[in-house]
Design a protein around this ligand. Structure first.
Ligand code: ACO
Length: 276
């Protein structure tokens, strides 16, 4: 086991309503160990409902975003503890990915480097993803004799066209940042020195929107995927009606007033002014 303290596995900085959360095991390429997984869940829980956090960015210290599951601490050490140890460590990992998938705030993966295997779980959990052009993405499981588990196969099948997903999983080759864009894994690839500025720019745009509406919209986008059209339509009616209740700022009426009565903005071209 590594000597590093559990609380040290993740760093957090909150600046201007953006929480910058970093995998912090650069010496192990931010591989996800049980300690890192437990600490990440704590960090996410602590930040989720803070009034000064509107967007969460998940990135990594050093040359990696995350090199996937830790082969020593997540696999070998827990397998030595038998089924109970294996299931416990799976639950610890899956718990924070699930929390992130349905997170209260908008989440952005800022993929600064290596992204392998199990790291596709949090990659998919984030609502948006931006990467460095020199980041590298891989389903490397095939290269060491396992299938892409822990959701990684599902992530590839959800985000990538079938032929690309199959090739990616069977060959275990890496994709560059730009290739990851064309495969559908991330939104944009940028030169490394521009990555943080672009992510900050996108986060600032999101912060101007109605936060309750962002949460309802991102959940809706994930929820409707497996539904029929009619089921989706029904879900969306209920979700909007729930939003009318949960949005204490009454955004939709303020938006309508500013457009129809004040004529101070055009919804087609930008968001209403939350300060009025
Ligand atoms: N699990 C455990 N240890 C890891 C992992 C990992 N996933 N990734 C890196 N490390 C460790 C290395 O063993 C090494 O430890 P050491 O310094 O004690 O020897 C340290 O991190 C640095 O790794 P290097 O290999 O020296 O770093 P390099 O920058 O040359 O290569 C790379 C980086 C390509 C990410 C390489 O480390 C690698 O292939 N890692 C494994 C990636 C992978 O296949 N992950 C599993 C995906 S499958 C799944 O998640 C279920």
């Amino acid at each position: 086991m590594s000597e590093r303290a559990e609380a040290d596995m993740v760093t957090v900085q909150v600046r201007d309503d953006i929480a910058w959360v970093r995998f912090n095991r650069p010496e192990k390429r931010n591989a996800m160990s049980p300690k890192l997984n437990r600490q990440m869940l704590r960090v996410l829980e602590e930040l989720e409902f803070r009034a000064d956090v509107g967007v969460l960015v998940l990135t990594g210290e050093g040359s990696a975003w995350s090199a996937g599951m830790d082969l020593q601490e997540y696999f070998r050490d827990t397998e030595a503890q038998g089924l109970e140890g294996v299931r416990r460590s799976q639950r610890e990992a899956y718990a924070w990915w699930e929390r992130l998938r349905w997170y209260q705030k908008v989440t952005i993966a800022m993929v600064n480097g290596w992204c392998f295997g199990g790291a596709y779980g949090p990659l998919y959990a984030c609502d948006l993803a931006f990467c460095s052009e020199d980041a590298q993405f891989g389903l490397s499981e095939i290269n060491w004799g396992i299938l892409p588990g822990g959701g990684a196969t599902k992530v590839a099948a959800e985000l990538m066209p079938m032929r690309k997903a199959m090739y990616h999983a069977l060959l275990g080759e890496t994709l560059s940042g730009r290739e990851a864009v064309s495969a559908g894994l991330v939104n944009e690839a940028l030169p490394a020195q521009q990555l943080e500025a672009r992510v900050t720019e996108v986060a600032k745009k999101l912060l101007k929107k109605n936060w309750a509406t962002l949460k309802a919209t991102k959940d809706a986008m994930r929820r409707v995927r497996p539904l029929t059209y009619d089921e989706a339509q029904d879900y969306l009616i209920r979700a909007q009606e729930a939003l009318n209740w949960h949005d204490e700022t009454d955004g939709r009426h303020r938006g309508m007033t500013q457009f129809l009565d004040d004529k101070s903005y055009k919804p087609g071209l930008g968001e209403y002014d939350k300060s009025k």
